[in-house]
Design a protein around this ligand. Structure first.
Ligand code: SF4
Ligand code: SF4
Length: 286
């Protein structure tokens, strides 16, 4: 029938109006149950899925509770336990960022040698598309997605190009925003540290065993070697000196013999080489 859809729509609107009216008569309306009061009429609202009546909220006084996986602009993590930035300036995030909105300036030491930390880190928030690729690819859990979406400014430059100071947050801030993910990461890091500790211990034990075996072998060798007294060593030295004197007294005859033998051998080798060359020539028919 003509107009049925229109009547249906008006019926839905009327139902919402009546539900809202009924909800507002309660001391705490359903839509405010479980919300977090911030004072001065400001509150964070977590609306129930089956809520009836008014669904809109009075932003900016009222804000929705954001889900953990909500993401907006990345943030850099300051490790409060180690008191250092987690970022090592490896540059992977800048490489994988699809719109290329990350710039990293690597720091250097007093000799000008590059070190594993940033002196600055920029993200152009006007270009960032909140894809979270930088977070997925960071090998050091140094960059995470922030929930802060109230970034409106009058001028894009320089206000929407965030530097390292603006991007850096303490680990506790990240833990509060992403509690489940943080717990999983902490468990994984602990497991990795435990594995590394075990590997280091095994390595140290193996090295100690190798060193012990080496020193035992050296001790055995020195024990097996017959020890000579000082008097014996002196006698040996005298004997060797006498041998050398006797050789010298024999004169250069023996040296000349050796040189003659060497010369003869060289001549023989040359003769053989010439013979081979002659044979090759004959075979090739030249
Ligand atoms: S945030 Fe992560 S991926 Fe990016 S430079 Fe720092 S350590 Fe590397
Ligand atoms: S969230 Fe995506 S677009 Fe934004 S900085 Fe990270 S990789 Fe780049």
């Amino acid at each position: 029938m003509f107009g049925t859809g229109l009547l249906k729509g008006l019926g839905v609107t009327l139902k919402h109006a009546l539900d809202t009216f009924e909800d507002d008569r309660e001391s705490v309306p359903d839509r405010y149950k479980g919300s977090l009061e911030l004072g001065n009429n400001r509150r964070i609202i977590q609306q129930p899925i089956d809520q009836e009546g008014l669904l809109t909220i009075q932003y900016p006084e009222e804000k929705r509770l954001l889900p953990e996986r909500f993401r907006y602009i990345p943030m850099l993590i300051w490790d409060s336990e180690k008191e250092e930035d987690r970022c090592t300036a490896c540059g992977i995030c800048a490489k994988v960022c699809p719109p290329q909105c990350i710039w990293i300036v690597r720091d250097s030491d007093e000799n000008g040698k590059p070190v594993t930390r940033c002196s600055d880190f920029y993200i152009d928030a006007a270009v960032c598309m909140s894809c979270s690729f930088c977070v997925e690819f960071c090998p050091f859990d140094a960059i995470k997605m922030n929930h802060d979406y109230e970034l409106a400014v009058y001028d894009r430059y320089p206000h929407l190009v965030y530097d390292m100071a603006e991007l850096t947050v303490p680990l506790e801030y990240y833990a509060a925003l992403w509690p489940t993910q943080y717990e999983e990461e902490q468990a994984r890091r602990k497991e990795e540290e435990e594995q590394k500790r075990k590997q280091d211990e095994e390595k140290a034990a193996k090295a100690a065993a190798r060193a012990a075996a080496k020193s035992a072998a050296a001790a055995d060798e020195s024990a097996a070697k017959p020890k000579r007294s000082a008097a014996e060593l002196q006698a040996l030295a005298k004997e060797r000196a006498a041998q050398r004197q006797a050789q010298a007294a024999d004169g250069g005859g023996s040296g000349d013999d050796e040189a003659d033998a060497k010369r003869a051998r060289m001549e023989e080798l040359k003769r053989r080489a010439q013979e081979r060359a002659r044979q090759r020539k004959e075979q090739s028919g030249e």
